[in-house]
Design a protein around this ligand. Sequence first.
Ligand SMILES: Cc1cc2nc3c(=O)[nH]c(=O)nc-3n(C[C@H](O)[C@H](O)[C@H](O)COP(=O)(O)OP(=O)(O)OC[C@H]3O[C@@H](n4cnc5c(N)ncnc54)[C@H](O)[C@@H]3O)c2cc1C
Length: 393
Amino acid sequence: MSLISFRQETREWLTNNCPESMLTPMPVDEYPGGGKRASYKNPDTQVWMKLCADKGFTVPIWPKQYGGAGLNAAEAQVLREEMSALNARTPLVGMGLSMIGPALLEYGTEQQKAEHLPKIAKGEIWWCQGYSEPNSGSDLASLQTKAEVDGDEYIINGQKVWTSGADQADWIFCLVRTDSQAPKHNGITFILFNMDQPGVSVKPIKLISGLSPFCETYFQGARALRKNVVGQVNDGWTVAKRLLQYERTMIGGGQGGSAGKSSLSEVAQHYIGITDGKLAQPQLRDEIIQHGMNDRCFGMTVRRNMEESSSTKAPSFVSSMFKLYGTEQNKSRSELLLKAMGLQMLGWEGEGFEQKELEATRAWLRTKANSIEGGTSEVQLNIIAKRVLGLPD
Ligand SMILES: Cc1cc2nc3c(=O)[nH]c(=O)nc-3n(C[C@H](O)[C@H](O)[C@H](O)COP(=O)(O)OP(=O)(O)OC[C@H]3O[C@@H](n4cnc5c(N)ncnc54)[C@H](O)[C@@H]3O)c2cc1C
């Protein structure tokens, strides 16, 4: 099928199938993360997820046999553009789609792919990431959670921290130490296991906002089947690094598309007003235009990188550049919204604020974590210096 026909067909399908309420910006409490414990205030969230999953559109570029639509890079770009033009919400998000799924496609055994990928594509399983530990954040390879062989299984003991969504998660992809004598990068194994078992307990970390988006996660004799090791035993660092590249691409917006985001200039016009057909505050107008141009350049760079890497289909250390720039861009977008909305974006609760204003406040504060999660900006600068620019250690 030509790209033009594909675009036409996709546009028709989206127009005919996307529920009206899914054509609005996504509220922060309507996260379509899937999983066994999922519940949604708006039933259309589930409807939209299922429709897209049946079509393969939750994971458009994955092969059809694993629940994808088997699209090539150009078709996937068309799908993103059409969804964006319609302002259709992303039907499913989470670490399954953007992190462990792609890593399994690359490193998983056929049995692992067949078992996990279709469930991820349908949003049946919520995955969490067991990387960080109390003393291992930026220096992740110093992690100490230990796994010892017991017949067909590993027994796992240790603690993870900042485990996003661990209290909702069905499964975890986890880094464990399987050789304490080897140099730190060479004794780590990447393993998958079920969170719903007696050896796993989670304690949500309560934030000042009252929310608990992440947890302390304890393993006391947790069990994982040996066949659930991804890649080679003691070579988990290879898989871990690649997964981080997928994560960084995702956090930085390096997968392209901005569907579901409100337009900066429309918001500013609403709150500030228009004079002579232009936004009434010239300086803010300039800043919004500059931001829009940067967005466009970034989008084109992302696209060029996608095209250049379409033969390998895997991200690279360049993902650190996307993460660094994309997160700064996202933070500055929220700062511009704040300038435009003024005090209306500084409310936390109570009357005098619309729901979307309260959400904008929370979203603004949430962006502050963008340059920490998935590896801090300083760590990205180190990677860019060493791995992209080839500077000496
Ligand atoms: C919203 C959010 C969600 C998260 N979700 C998860 C999750 O689901 N699973 C998970 O495993 N982890 C998760 N994390 C943890 C995250 O990966 C770590 O916070 C991050 O890697 C930094 O580690 P740290 O917090 O221990 O900071 P540290 O490593 O202690 O760093 C402290 C400061 O020192 C700087 N620094 C450290 N080393 C260097 C260096 N070599 N050069 C220059 N500067 C340096 C850092 O940049 C930072 O500013 C999440 C974090 C956030 C904010």
